[in-house]
Design a protein around this ligand. Structure first.
Ligand SMILES: C[S@@+](CC[C@H](N)C(=O)[O-])C[C@H]1O[C@@H](n2cnc3c(N)ncnc32)[C@H](O)[C@@H]1O
Length: 254
């Protein structure tokens, strides 16, 4: 594993027990959840439930699942969920939360894995990790070493002609680097309190996302920006970032 991916694994392991503990973290998860729920029609998925009845199977891939914010947001509208995360502690938290919400391991379970590695791990090659109606990366994309590879790898796991890739992340926030640098200068020896060493990309523009989706052969590109900013109360100060949602559909025939 590269040093950068190892840094992510370790940092998110350390964070797993307190992820969402602070009010701003909780609010951010809620914003992501609300953004998805408000766009259920826009996402263009035929959901499992209509008129309060489950009438079709719908499979969701919650990639970089963390403790399961995306699963909680869309769980009621799908029938099968698979989570993948690089951090084994996050995966533990995900599985605990899924079970205590009454979901069976057949309905929802997460495993440790990295689809952005040079080689796809053998345990992620089977049918269980194929043919998704929807794959979502919630706030994980800026932590990936190679975002275009992530788009490509997730796109090939979607149902041909139907499956939709959704990425929720932040518009560019490179201006924050200056604040972090000042904080480190004023606090020599301080750790990386803002997880900045786990961030590879300081956000993405609509053009970045459109290009990556197009290069991976996805069509029907859509991009929306949430009006309300995400507010993060970090040790070095308050940050505001804008959340976007990008979507694209896999082409081809089932
Ligand atoms: C900010 S958290 C978001 C978690 C969750 N999706 C949510 O919305 O709350 C980012 C997650 O990405 C995971 N991650 C980082 N790099 C990864 C990679 N290469 N493959 C899979 N997961 C990764 C981290 O372990 C962490 O759980």
């Amino acid at each position: 594993m590269s040093a950068f991916r190892e840094a992510n694994r370790k940092a998110f392991n350390d964070l797993s027990a307190t992820y969402n503990a602070k009010p701003w973290q909780h609010k951010l998860s809620q914003q992501v959840s609300d953004a998805l729920q408000a766009r259920r029609d826009w996402l263009g998925i035929q959901w499992a439930q209509s008129n309060n009845k489950y009438d079709r199977d719908v499979k969701l891939l919650d990639y970089a699942c963390g403790t399961g914010a995306i699963t909680r947001a869309l769980g009621p509208y799908v029938t099968t969920i698979r989570g993948i995360d690089i951090s084994e502690k996050m995966v533990e938290e995900y599985n605990k939360a899924a079970q205590s919400s009454g979901l069976s391991t057949e309905q929802a379970r997460a495993v440790v894995g990295d689809l952005v590695a040079e080689t796809v791990p053998s345990h992620l090659i089977g049918d269980d990790y194929q043919d998704f109606d929807i794959a979502i990366i919630g706030l994980g994309f800026h932590h990936f070493e190679n975002p275009p590879l992530a788009v490509h790898r997730l796109a090939e796991r979607l149902k041909p002609g139907e499956g939709v890739l959704v990425i929720i992340d932040f518009l560019p926030f490179s201006h924050e680097r200056k604040v972090e640098q000042q904080y480190r200068e004023q606090n020599p020896g301080a750790d990386f309190p803002e997880m900045s060493h786990t961030i590879k990309h300081d956000g993405f523009t609509e053009q970045d996302m459109r290009r990556m989706f197009g290069d991976a052969g996805l069509t029907d590109f859509g991009f929306e920006i949430e009006v309300e900013p995400a507010v993060m109360e970090l040790k070095s100060g308050t940050r505001e970032r804008k959340i976007f949602i990008a979507k694209g559909r896999r082409t081809g025939h089932a």
